[in-house]
Design a protein around this ligand. Structure first.
Ligand code: S3P
Length: 431
């Protein structure tokens, strides 16, 4: 349980942990590569530690040297002696399944109650089409998953049913172990970290008109990966900065991959001023971003916006409640399949804080009134819900009590220390 009170500072400079999506991929590809992969600013969150434990169970040696992780791959994985526990991490389970589908051994993957309730047929289907044996509870829909892999055949043109980077990456990773080429067609662009990272390890990919291809049988070589700050973590501070007039927040070293920057576009559309100072372009763009608070207005977030900001929607909903006017979010039904049902949990908590919100099957409508009041928040063990409502607590009148903030360690250990400093008027420089 944790109490949050209104912000007592009007300026902060924050550095966020390494990107979770990029860290997972670097560890997984490192485990497949021959030689040493050095990953700088590896995400310190529990989800990425889960991935490291899984690759260790598959035979890779991992060194944890503060913020740097070194993965020693042998170019070959071994059959794990036990069930692989993916904890709370959908990315670990779905991406690893693609890799395991290409290995000539048996793997069983499980996770916590939240992960075991999430849909898995979306990855089982393409893997089965490639020739792997994949099964799970509920007719293959839910973990634990059992995978007997082996030599796969490439997928000529697989049309993904949802715009999901996890599904795309799962199929591409399996494609590395397939005969011929595997081509995935996306209904809408999802984050492209896998496509950007494979060439760093020496594997060619081809991206054209929503088609992503990888050839099977390529050898991966260890490399160096410099992980940018996680834009999904930065979003909490940017939204905080946007909501309070006279407030200024700077977040240093954020990864601004264009497939992830929907939150910046929406904040701009809501009337917020953002100054972006780009410091690197390849292989992942990096920038310092400063936001200056102002009065926000309601905004329309349409289905085409969603893939680039889906993890940020709970905190954007907080901004919408603090804005003037109506915000409409549509095409976001995937939020119901995240670590919690993020549509209903966001709606429930915003209503507890006095916001006027209508729940829709694929989103919500928020009538912004420019204010929230402190309330008791149920985080449902979902890290992004806990962080979104800690931010709400920093702008609300009165006290906000969050029932569980431990889940925040899934992606952002140290987040509540920064919140507490902002709440108590302490200095926040590089927090
Ligand atoms: C992720 C993809 C997204 C995102 C998740 C991380 C990834 O999920 O919500 O937090 O690293 O590929 P989907 O692929 O299910 O859209």
């Amino acid at each position: 349980m944790q109490t949050v009170r209104k912000a007592q500072v009007n300026r902060c400079v924050v550095r966020v942990p390494g990107d979770k999506s990029i860290s997972h991929r670097a560890a997984l590809l490192g485990s497949l590569a021959c030689g040493k992969t050095t990953i700088q600013d590896y995400s310190p969150g529990q989800d990425c530690e889960t991935t490291l434990r899984c690759v260790e169970a598959l035979g890779a040696r991992v060194e944890r040297l503060g913020g740097t992780v070194v993965v020693h791959g042998t170019g070959e994985l071994k059959e794990p002696g036990d069930v692989l526990n993916c904890g709370n991490s959908g990315t670990t389970m779905r991406l690893l399944s693609g890799i395991l589908a290409g290995q000539a051994f048996l793997s069983v993957l499980t996770g916590d109650a939240s992960l075991r309730s999430r849909p898995m047929r979306r990855i089982a289907e393409p893997l089965r089409l490639m020739g792997a044996h994949v099964d799970g509870r509920d007719g293959g829909e839910r973990a634990p998953l059992v995978i007997r892999g082996g030599r796969l055949k490439g997928l000529e043109c697989y049309h993904m049913p949802v715009a999901s980077a996890q599904v795309k990456s799962c199929a591409l990773l399996a494609g590395l172990f397939a005969s011929g080429t595997t081509t995935i067609v996306e209904p809408a662009p999802s984050r492209d970290h896998t496509e950007r990272m494979l060439p760093l390890f020496g594997a060619a990919t081809c991206v054209e008109n929503g088609h992503v291809s990888v050839a099977g049988g390529q050898t991966l070589h260890g490399t160096a990966v410099d992980v940018p700050g996680d834009v999904s973590s930065a979003a909490f501070w940017l939204v905080l900065g946007s909501m309070l007039p006279q407030f200024e927040v700077t977040v240093l070293g954020i990864g601004l991959n264009p497939s992830r920057t929907g939150v910046l576009d929406v904040l701009r559309r809501m009337g917020c001023r953002l100054d972006v100072h780009q410091t690197r372009l390849d292989p992942e763009p990096l920038a310092d971003v400063r936001v200056t608070g102002d009065r926000l207005s309601g905004v329309e977030i349409s289905p085409r916006d969603v893939p680039s900001l889906q993890d940020e929607l709970p905190v954007l909903a907080v901004a919408a409640a603090m804005a003037e006017g109506v915000t409409v979010v549509t095409g976001a039904s995937e939020l119901r399949h995240k670590e919690s049902d993020r549509i209903s949990v966001t709606v429930e908590n915003l209503r507890a804080m006095g916001a006027s919100v209508e729940e829709r099957p694929d989103g919500f409508i928020i009538e912004g009134t420019g204010r929230l009041r402190g309330a008791s928040i149920r985080t449902r063990g979902d890290h992004r819900i806990a962080m979104a409502f800690a931010i709400a607590g920093l702008v609300a009148d009165g006290e906000t009590v969050l029932d569980d903030v431990e889940c925040i360690d899934i992606s952002y250990p140290g987040f509540m220390d920064v919140v507490n400093r902002i709440s108590s008027g302490g200095d926040v420089l590089h927090g």
